[in-house]
Design a protein around this ligand. Structure first.
Ligand SMILES: [Fe+2]
Length: 304
């Protein structure tokens, strides 16, 4: 008898497959909304909460054409202050307005004693922090009444006092909270170079069955570090990580993050095409394999 599925894993089964998406950014909004290469959109909710005018009109247009999910930056899930109920009320109202199938934020903290730092800051990788974040993630997911995903961030130094590897910490949080993963494969790659670990060992330590959404992006170089800028084309080792992950999870959506240094929109569409080919060929191979496996099982149990 198999292990009992958690409530989150049951709800993941009910989620729609969205396909290939792009972040809705003001600078490329008109091309984004005209393009036929995009299946769904992600928005930064803080740009649309309690806001009218151009932003709200852009959102109304986007909502008429696409499924939209939110990817927040100010939830501050790891912060020691109480959860901000006003923020959660506004977020929930927005999620209801766009009818989002799920929503996400980052595994980090962004505020301290109500001061927002406008940075995604890494947490100490301790059991105490994991329990704290998991409890808050559970409450956020329940309040917003739809699946909640946490994303692995890029960061540039090991946090003092850490007791475990980041992947173990991430796994501990999402399993304890019974929530999902937004896996950013570019962040895994950037951190693996900057912090000197094997990205494939990192991935092996994650409960990849909880991945609902994947981010893929480009980054920049300094003399000493890779910087997660979302402002350059995706490089081959990141595509290889994406392929590796696609083969091991049933993600409902894959998204290109491009937030600055915008090229001609056709270059963005070309990257979307490459991602689409990878996703569709990997998923059709998996479907064929599953059909083949179930035929073998049926043959084995068929009465003689
Ligand atoms: Fe990301």
């Amino acid at each position: 008898m198999g292990l009992k599925k958690s409530a989150f894993m049951h709800s993941k089964d009910q989620l729609p497959y969205l396909g290939i998406g792009l972040g809705l950014r003001r600078e490329i909004a008109s091309e984004t909304l005209r393009s036929d290469k995009i299946d769904w959109l992600e928005i930064v909710p803080e740009n649309y909460m309690r806001i009218g005018g151009h932003a709200r009109r852009r959102l109304a247009k986007a909502r008429a054409k696409h499924t939209i999910v939110t990817h927040g930056v100010n939830l501050s899930i790891g912060c020691a202050d109480p959860l901000d109920q006003n923020y959660l009320d506004d977020l929930k109202a927005l999620l209801d307005y766009i009818d989002a199938p799920w929503f996400s934020d980052h595994l980090c903290f962004t505020s301290f004693e109500s001061d927002y730092m406008h940075e995604l800051l890494p947490l100490p990788l301790t059991e105490q922090a994991a329990l704290h974040v998991a409890d808050r993630a559970k409450r956020v997911q329940e309040f917003c009444n739809r699946p909640f995903l946490l994303e692995n961030i890029s960061y540039y130094m090991d946090v003092p006092g850490s007791e475990m590897q980041e992947a173990s910490f991430f796994a501990r949080v999402v399993e304890r909270a019974d929530c999902g993963i937004l896996l950013d494969v570019n962040n895994v790659y950037v951190n693996s170079i900057n912090l000197n670990f094997d990205p494939y060992v990192y991935l092996a330590a994650l409960p990849l069955e909880r991945v609902v959404q994947i981010h893929v992006a480009g980054h920049s170089h300094t003399d000493t570090h890779l910087i997660d800028t979302h402002g350059a084309p995706i490089i081959e080792p990141v595509f290889e990580l994406l392929q590796h992950v696609l083969e091991r999870c049933d993600a409902k959506a894959v998204m290109l993050e491009r937030d600055q240094n915008f090229p001609d929109f056709v270059e963005i569409e070309n990257e979307l095409d490459i991602i689409r080919k990878m996703v569709e060929s990997t998923y059709s191979c998996k479907t064929a394999r599953n059909i083949c496996d179930s035929t073998i099982v049926n043959d084995l149990v068929a009465p003689l």
